[in-house]
Write a protein that binds this ligand. Sequence first.
Ligand SMILES: O=C(O)c1ccccc1N[C@@H]1O[C@H](COP(=O)(O)O)[C@@H](O)[C@H]1O
Length: 214
Amino acid sequence: MNGIRVKICGLTETSDIPAALMAGAAYLGFVFFDRSPRNLALEAASFMAGSVPPGPCKVALTVDADDAFLDRLLDRVPLDMLQLHGSETPERVADIRARFGLPVMKALGIAGESDLAALEEYGRAADQILVDAKPNPEAKLPGGNGVAFDWHLLAGRRWSTPWMLAGGLTPENVGEAIRLTGARQVDVSSGVESAPGLKDGERIRAFCSAAMEP
Ligand SMILES: O=C(O)c1ccccc1N[C@@H]1O[C@H](COP(=O)(O)O)[C@@H](O)[C@H]1O
């Protein structure tokens, strides 16, 4: 074991939870975004998150959610962290963190060198940064598209805020992604699916072992 922490995002079936936990995932991600094939209703999410034993971090992924939605979400679903995957400003990130009392992970899209400055800026407002690929302008979703960015952009860089690597990771490429970027945490959604929104237990297991026992 190398201490790498894995997040499996976009769980949609109750059976995904034991599959992710038995594979060793440290974070379980639940998506609340209408356009996503992984979107969960609050009732289903409440049941699924309620079935998670103490230990793993239960993360809610939202996209430019307003306070009323976050109030309803946190009233009904037992959660440990909010992942903000829209165009939230640093001020909005700080406001959500203060208002809702949960750690916040802000997702940032990277396509080139010039996108890296935002990591410093948002690192002052968020508890963690999720470093993801910038979506193509035609993409229907702001994330979860199975697209990677050039990992060399992160080589040799250090940030004081904890961060997690995401975007197009798979059981086949996660070892190389960790080697090139120095990531200590990785996040995957579509790379461990058999179809959009359907997690594959065998690919979850393969991903976790490729990340944690290279
Ligand atoms: O997974 C989704 O449906 C999703 C929807 C809206 C925003 C983000 C979404 N997923 C996140 O995107 C990254 C990368 O996903 P992938 O592994 O490339 O499929 C990951 O952080 C997911 O949490």
